[in-house]
Design a protein around this ligand. Structure first.
Ligand SMILES: NC(=O)c1ccc[n+]([C@@H]2O[C@H](COP(=O)([O-])OP(=O)(O)OC[C@H]3O[C@@H](n4cnc5c(N)ncnc54)[C@H](O)[C@@H]3O)[C@@H](O)[C@H]2O)c1
Ligand SMILES: O=C(O)C[C@H](O)C(=O)O
Length: 308
């Protein structure tokens, strides 16, 4: 199993580190445009192998796509992150050009690759990857919902004063400060709806804290987060590489599901060796349906900037 990670910055390196530690891939290639950077990150990570107990071979390259040839999975993290006070959508001007070139190069060298798009604004970048590569829709996956759901569980556990392993929950919709839809109605603590334990006000607070999860960290760190993003990507890569058939909310091209078409947005999918093996349609309440439509409109507005 060969995995390429484009962008050896904060998220790309964290993702390569977690893939290494989980020890399921034979090879990870890190590629970056900055001279020597991916090689340096790869060497540093490889010097953790005997300490962390993994055999995955991690190598780095400066923009040489021939080294990525034959990749089963490729992760795109190349592009600029936001600074405090910015939205993810403001990154489109620079990141669209990068994601277009990178996705074309990846597919040229690995025609059977499954792409995982991370660069922001992620839903639009996943849509752009479809436009620029023409890959079948099961082979382009936008990562956002897995991370947002992890943050949702963190906030739920905080409110419930319980371990995160006690809680379950999912975030659908656009990966943006206003477009996320944490499904509080369906969240549970050991199968018991969380509304049995938390007031409506507290649940609304959990929802709001989840939606601004990325912005909160960006304000604290001065740039956007990388540990949880890297871990979330590594979980998607593992689900595909190990044919796990696990369910994650991912940004995928819809064709009528949830009443939406011709956009990528976060919905639950089953991930296995073929990438997206199934889109799961969760029955939504009228309010959730309305919120999903608004979120989709926000995605379409950003997609329209690709042609502006
Ligand atoms: N979808 C998500 O949930 C999520 C989570 C975290 C970060 N992100 C996004 O991921 C992206 C990366 O974030 P980061 O914190 O790792 O940034 P970073 O600046 O640390 O790393 C980005 C790397 O991309 C490289 N790069 C730029 N252009 C390139 C190109 N054409 N080819 C190859 N490499 C290139 C840069 O040299 C840099 O090393 C940002 O757009 C950020 O917003 C998304
Ligand atoms: O917040 C960001 O800009 C980065 C990423 O999308 C995140 O949610 O951490």
């Amino acid at each position: 199993m060969k995995v390429t990670v484009v962008g050896a910055g904060a998220v790309g390196a964290s993702c390569a580190e977690y893939i290494g530690i989980k020890n399921f891939a034979s090879e990870v290639v890190l590629l970056d445009i900055k001279e020597g950077f991916a090689e340096g990150k790869a060497m540093d990570l490889m010097q953790t192998a005997s300490l962390m107990g993994f055999d995955t071979k991690i190598t780095g390259t400066t923009n040489d796509y021939s080294k990525t040839a034959g990749s089963n999975i490729a992760v795109i993290t190349s592009g600029i992150p936001r600074k405090p006070g910015m939205t993810r959508e403001e990154l489109i001007g620079i990141n669209a050009g990068i994601v277009k070139t990178v996705s074309e190069n990846l597919v040229k060298h690995s025609p059977d690759v499954i792409l995982i798009v991370v660069s922001n604004p992620m839903d639009t970048m996943a849509y752009l990857a479809h436009q620029s590569t023409g890959l079948p829709k099961n082979r382009i996956i936008g990562m956002g919902g897995a991370l947002d759901s992890a943050r949702f569980k963190y906030r739920l556990a905080e409110a419930l004063e319980c371990p995160q392993s006690d809680v379950d929950g999912m975030v659908l919709g656009m990966h943006s400060d206003t477009g996320m839809i944490p499904l509080t109605r369906l969240a549970t603590r050991n199968s018991v709806p969380v509304s049995n334990f938390l007031s409506e006000d507290r649940l609304n607070q959990v929802m709001e804290d989840t939606k601004v999860g990325g912005a909160t960290l960006t304000k604290l760190l001065g740039t956007s987060a990388w540990y949880a993003p890297g871990a979330a990507v590594s979980s998607l890569v593992q689900a595909i590489a190990c044919d796990q058939k696990k369910m994650f909310p991912c940004s995928v091209l819809l064709d009528g599901e949830y009443g939406l078409s011709d956009l990528c947005i976060g919905v639950p999918v089953i991930l296995g060796k073929n990438g997206i093996e199934k889109i799961v349609e969760v029955p939504l309440s009228d309010t959730e349906k309305e919120t999903m439509q608004k979120s989709a409109q926000a995605v379409r507005d950003v997609n329209a900037l690709l042609n502006a």
